[in-house]
Design a protein around this ligand. Structure first.
Ligand code: SF4
Length: 401
């Protein structure tokens, strides 16, 4: 059994999560110096970038972007703030964006406006000549940070010791570090997204009688329930406790072992918020992301990935009403783009993903100026062996479509 003497550590990204939460519903960008008063870690940046106004940043980004032409592609995740996403050549969820990087071989440089694991995935899928950069290196993901490699390696050693080789198959959500994707690739497992989690977990049960699902317990639980796995055949793996807090007997009886991780954004959505929305608008449609807790998902009318939510609302009839349980930057954008519908975030507090929000336009300008000057800042790299094994797990997922 792997023994760990480390003390429990809550990821800093989780502790910092509520830093940008506000009670008013808009979050207009300010100069970076003004935003830096918020108590989170920001990457150091040359001082001249701190005081540019939003208008000056806009002008300078446009100029630098033009000088670089098609040698650079800017990818923007749906959860990015408006003042950043407007520069994206392509918008999407994490997997769509990573594939898009590979679809643009003429771009030697990919500026990934998202979080660290997404830039890593883009790096894994990109062509060898393409360099991927993340504008602010402190833009991590609190969920991914809840599954550090050392803890996952310990857990995997314990699980294979108790359950034997082949007794459990690892499946990881895209929102995880590359090392975990590689562990899945090496051990017969696969990656999944929130769109295809059901198909991947269903396939996993044809390969093994048990699945270790990382790092989001909520997506894992919601998916397993959809597949008919009862709650009493699921256990949670707490990395801070011996054997994840389980007895060998409990592990042998389980079909699904859920890593104790969660998204700081989606766990804010509650059944109470849904009740309030229904009381105000009896004809409302409640649509939530599967990273939300089980009770919230079960109280909603619809559940699905970011792309599913966008598609449902964009194609809905005029006059329809939507209470949405996902990241507020995306919800606000949906509301702006669909003025004939009532669309609002279920959470009454405006609480963006605090790590996505660290991609301030000043960082984007810093990356572009660096490339104009021939310097690649914040390049994300993945070691060759991790790259090879991660690709196996990603390709297994793709082969299931
Ligand atoms: S929304 Fe949640 S899962 Fe997505 S990057 Fe933010 S913390 Fe991570």
């Amino acid at each position: 059994m792997a023994v760990t003497s480390r003390r429990p550590i809550v990821p800093i990204t989780e502790l910092e999560h509520s830093a940008f939460c506000k009670t008013e519903d808009q979050l207009p960008s300010k100069s970076l110096a003004e935003e830096m008063v918020v108590n989170v870690r920001w990457q150091r940046i040359p001082p001249e970038y701190l005081h540019f106004s939003p208008e000056e940043l806009d002008r300078r980004i446009g100029e630098s972007r033009e000088k670089l032409g098609s040698s650079v592609t800017i990818l923007g995740h749906h959860y990015q703030r408006e003042e950043v996403i407007k520069y994206a050549d392509f918008q999407g969820d994490s997997f769509l964006l990573s594939r898009e990087a590979a679809n643009r071989p003429e771009a030697d440089h990919i500026i990934f406006c998202g979080v660290h694991f997404m830039a890593e995935t883009a790096c894994i899928l990109a062509a060898p000549h393409q360099k991927v950069v993340l504008p602010n290196i402190t833009a991590g993901c609190s969920m991914a940070d809840m599954a550090p490699m050392e803890d996952v390696d310990d857990a995997w050693a314990d699980l294979t010791e108790v359950l034997g080789p082949g007794g459990i198959l690892p499946v990881t959500y895209m929102n995880s570090i590359a090392g975990i994707k590689a562990l899945c690739g090496r051990n017969g497992g696969a990656v999944c997204t929130s769109s295809n989690a059901k198909a991947v977990v269903e396939w996993a049960f044809t390969q093994s009688e048990r699945v270790l699902f990382l790092p989001d317990q909520h997506l894992g639980r919601n998916t397993a329930l959809e597949l008919g796995v009862p709650l009493d055949e699921m256990v949670v793996w707490n990395p801070f406790r011996q054997m994840g807090g389980n007895t060998p007997e409990q592990l042998r009886k389980a079909k699904m072992v859920l890593w104790q991780g969660h998204c700081s954004v989606h766990t804010r959505f509650t059944t109470g918020q849904i009740d309030s929305a229904r009381a105000l608008h009896p004809d409302i449609n409640i649509i939530v992301h599967p990273e939300c807790p089980m009770e919230t998902v079960q109280a909603a009318d619809m559940v699905g990935s970011t792309e599913f939510i966008r598609e449902k609302i964009n194609s809905a009839p005029a006059g329809s009403k939507w209470g949405v349980g996902t990241e507020v930057s995306l919800v606000n954008r949906l509301a702006i783009n669909n003025p004939d519908k009532t669309i609002f975030c279920l959470d009454p507090v405006t609480c963006p993903c605090s790590t996505m929000y660290r991609i301030h336009p000043a960082y984007l300008l810093w990356m572009l100026d660096g490339l104009v000057a021939g310097t690649v800042i914040n390049q994300i790299t993945v070691p060759d062996d991790i790259m090879r094994d991660s690709r196996i797990a990603l390709e297994r997922m793709l082969s299931l479509k």
